[in-house]
Design a protein around this ligand. Structure first.
Ligand code: MN
Length: 735
């Protein structure tokens, strides 16, 4: 390896240059004392980190300077935050103690540094947090909301410099950013930071898609500019004539939101019509803002016809995060819909930087104005009931994308499809782990194999050498890998069983003095009415065909009986089966003797415990259980009355039944979340799958769940009906 010569002199110069730029950015709000403190903080950080370098090879001090710079120029924080940003990694990574900081910088600074140190501690150790816990943690660890804002600045700089990290670290940090930090930035109204975090997150989690969209945006830039100019020209002329002071620009959607749209609508890049929006930024005094924006709206719509459904007035009623703007979609040249955003310079700055931009518009240079909006943020975070509700929704919406990410106890990240269970994860880790999986611990709580995982869960798989895959597992796993590995195991097991059955049969045939040859075995297969010799062997091994019953197929002289005439055989066997099924009480009791009676829940009406049911005896398929109101019930009862067996359920067995529920309602924010919350909070209800379709404000959800009986199901449906926005809840009769 060639030795890299580092020009220390040049580096020192560069450090000072960056520091001076930082000072320049906060000059406006700094007094003499602040300047002294910032210098002290810089000197201390420089000294403390002097032997440290970042993964990129750069001096470590670049990082705290950059974080401070972001805090000032992109979030709008003041001198105290600059001091804290400069010192944010000092206590964690160097010899300097919190006590040192207290002595030199006082109580306010030490509290913030303490919060920052604790937050990173939490992240490094557990690697995973539920959104709700994340919010709580932020609140408890940070008496001062500046902790959160500096943490965001820190994360933004780390994302900007993620290139030099290891791939697994990149993935973990990027996922965490998408899952926790970007929604947080959004909630705080830090729009440009949110957008950048999202795009950078995408760049590392889905590099191919990111590059593809990025390249296409570059390729179509010229064409887009031409169109924007064509669109803007008449508006510019008219606004100028009206004597307005303004700025007009075409802004592309973020890469992440283009990707989300492509995914959601299932269309390629080329078919997204609102790749860009026109932004009209008006300069005017505060008291004229509203009227000036509407005047501009009126001029725009003189040239282009607006879509009345797409008018959004966030000037009269600003969004909870402080966003103010007037949005309209108009029919532009060449028959293209174009979104136009009209706002004032002040509104624009707040939209991009959040409330932090406010202080600029109040003629105060101290930090008191800043304190005001910090207080405001605190209110937003502390109050999940009222308008801060979408903060939580934003977090939880992430849970409904089609992928989730979970962490192993070591903090390793695993991506799985939505609705994946503990068992899916186990197979994802290793086939051997999947095959022996018995349960898991999620955030230290014990959960079953079929427990559906949530994004952010930290999952420890528990295994046992005595465990082995069973057919039932196929009912709840969702990944192709888990399915194929379970099937593979069952196939091998079946083959082994079949081999055992072959030996059992041959032994028995020898006892009965029957010649063992293909011809006789084939006759036996036919006698028992099975599709293959393999099945014959298997059914003998597992006892479905008792070894004793082989004798029934053998004549006194040791020859295998030929198969009896079909009709007679069927009648006889059916009669037998029917009388077996009725038993002593003339009634088939379901769930009482699961092993003795071979019955199947029919898929045409999906009965569950508690439904009125009857049994229908079939020759090869055991007894089918149908609901009395099954669409096929009339046909079966009238044509094959002799094969119908009365049936009822016992309530002794604890078996789960898979059933479907259809939920219809108006499309409201958070509704999906409320529905799944009810289902997952219900005791013993396991969700197998959930899918939602929305059309013109109406959504229709199909939920497959495991329930114990009809009472259980009715109870669940009643609760779902109470969810605000839900109109109808139906049981699905067939699937
Ligand atoms: Mn840092």
């Amino acid at each position: 390896m060639a030795e890299v010569q580092i020009d220390l002199e040049a580096e020192k110069k560069e450090i000072l240059k960056r520091y001076r730029l930082l000072l320049k950015s906060c000059r406006r709000m700094m007094d003499k004392n602040d300047k002294v403190m910032i210098r002290k903080a810089f000197d201390l950080a420089l000294e403390a980190h002097k032997d440290m370098r970042r993964k990129s090879g750069e001096p470590y001090i670049y990082h705290p300077i950059a974080v401070a710079q972001i805090a000032v120029s992109e979030i709008g924080l003041g001198p105290t935050s600059v001091v804290c940003a400069l010192l944010h990694d000092v206590v964690e990574d160097t010899e300097i103690s919190l006590e040192d900081i207290r002595i030199r910088f006082g109580q306010k600074v030490v509290k913030i540094i303490d919060g920052l140190t604790k937050i990173s501690g939490v992240f490094d150790q557990t690697s995973s947090l539920q959104a709700e816990n994340f919010r709580k943690m932020l609140l408890t660890l940070s008496d001062d909301v500046r902790v959160i804002l500096i943490k965001l600045a820190d994360r933004l700089h780390n994302m900007r410099t993620l290139e030099s990290m290891r791939r697994d670290k990149q993935l973990k940090i990027a996922s965490e950013t998408l899952y926790l930090y970007a929604p947080l930035a959004h909630r705080l109204g830090l729009n440009s930071i949110k957008t950048e975090l999202e795009d950078l997150g995408l760049k590392y989690t889905e590099p191919e898609i990111y590059q593809e969209i990025n390249q296409k945006l570059i390729n179509t830039q010229k064409e887009r500019n031409r169109y924007i100019n064509k669109f803007s020209l008449p508006i510019i002329n008219s606004l100028t004539e009206a004597g307005m002071n303004f700025d007009i620009k075409g802004r592309s959607k973020s890469i992440k939101s283009i990707r989300d749209k492509m995914k959601k609508q299932g269309v390629p890049f080329e078919e997204i019509y609102d790749i860009f929006a026109i932004r009209l930024i008006i300069k005017c005094p505060l008291e004229q803002e509203k009227s000036e924006c509407w005047r501009a709206y009126s001029i725009v719509t003189d040239f282009y016809h607006p879509n009345p459904d797409r008018l959004r007035d966030w000037i009269s009623t600003p969004k909870a995060n402080g966003y103010e703007s007037l949005h309209t979609t108009v029919m532009g040249p060449d028959g293209k819909w174009v979104e136009v955003q009209i706002r004032t310079e002040r509104m624009d700055e707040i939209a991009e930087k959040g409330y932090a931009a406010h202080w600029k518009y109040k003629s105060v240079t101290s930090e008191t104005a800043l304190d005001e909006w910090i207080e405001k943020i605190r209110e937003l975070l502390e109050n999940p009931e009222t308008n801060a509700m979408d903060f939580l929704d934003d977090f939880k919406l992430n849970l409904f994308s089609d992928e989730i990410f979970v962490f192993t106890p070591k903090g390793e990240l695993k991506t799985l499809p939505f609705n994946s269970t503990v068992l899916d994860l186990a197979y994802e880790i290793h086939t051997h782990v999947g095959n022996r999986c018995i349960a898991a611990k999620i955030n230290n709580k014990l959960v079953a194999l079929n427990h559906v995982l949530n994004s952010g869960d930290q999952v420890e798989i528990l295994t046992s050498d005595r465990q082995k895959p069973i057919e039932e597992w196929l009912n709840f796993v969702v990944t192709a890998k888990a399915k194929s590995k379970i099937k593979e195991y069952l196939k091998i097991e079946k083959r082994q069983k079949s081999e055992e059955g072959r030996e059992m049969l041959n032994k028995r045939l020898r006892q009965l003095k029957v010649t063992i040859n293909n011809d006789n075995i084939e006759k036996l297969r036919e006698f028992f009415g099975l599709p293959s010799v393999f099945d014959l062997h298997y059914k003998i091994a597992v006892g479905i065909i008792p070894i004793k019953s082989i004798k029934d197929a053998i004549d006194n002289d040791g020859a295998v009986k030929s198969k009896q005439p079909l009709k007679k055989a069927e009648q006889k066997t059916l009669e037998e089966l029917v009388s077996n099924a009725r038993g002593k009480s003339d009634m088939l009791v379901l769930g009482e003797d699961l092993n003795k009676i071979d019955y199947k829940i029919s898929t045409c009406c999906n009965p569950i415990r508690g439904d009125d049911v009857f049994g229908f005896v079939t020759l090869n398929d055991g007894i089918q259980i149908h609901r009395v109101n099954c669409p096929r019930a009339n046909e079966l009862m009238s044509n094959y009355a002799y094969r119908v067996v009365k049936a009822k359920w016992t309530d002794q067995e604890k078996i789960s039944f898979l059933t479907g529920i259809k939920v219809t309602g108006t499309d409201q924010v958070g509704i999906v979340n409320n529905i799944t919350k009810i289902i997952s909070n219900e005791l013993n209800v396991n969700m197998r799958s959930i899918s939602f379709d929305t059309n013109e404000g109406i959504f229709e959800g199909t939920i497959m769940v495991f329930v114990n009986d009809t009472n259980h199901l009715t109870d669940l449906m009643k609760k779902l009906k109470k969810v605000s926005g839900v109109i109808k809840v139906n049981r699905i009769d067939s699937n």
